[in-house]
Ligand binder design. Structure first.
Ligand code: SF4
Length: 125
């Protein structure tokens, strides 16, 4: 059975409306994309949707109580809820430097959770 789907491309601010027609096994046609990256996005979104995830992790003994983190590569969309549970269970000791790995190979995806900010140790007066 043929299924038609409309996607808004999120790769750049233009936001092309991409029409995809597929059957159970194959993508039959793609139209409406403004460039090759959009076509690749639409194919990935239908066959294996992925996302880069951003969040925060608790920091112990730091000048701030949390540090922003993100995946260092996109992960399958269906794992986002489980990934957020792993991130929420996690805490890290200050000092934290941008690029530090907070969780390695999270959920066996090959992606790491990395810090995207610097948190120095809290100085006691
Ligand atoms: S298809 Fe290309 S031009 Fe259109 S929104 Fe996606 S990246 Fe931008």
């Amino acid at each position: 059975m043929l299924e038609k789907k409309t996607l808004i491309c999120i790769i750049c601010p233009v936001g092309c409306q991409i029409e995809v027609c597929r059957d159970d096994d194959n993508i039959r046609s793609i139209s409406g994309y403004g460039c090759k990256r959009g076509k690749e996005y639409a194919i990935s979104e239908l066959l294996n949707p992925v996302r880069t995830i951003t969040s925060t992790v608790t920091v112990r003994c730091g000048e701030h109580q949390v540090v922003p983190v993100k995946t260092d590569k996109p992960i399958p969309k269906h794992l986002i809820t489980e990934l957020m549970r792993e991130i929420n269970k996690c805490s890290i000791q200050a000092p934290v430097r941008m690029g530090d790995i907070v969780l390695q190979n999270v959920l066996n995806t090959g992606a790491n959770i990395i810090a995207t900010g610097n948190i120095p140790v809290l100085q006691q007066e």
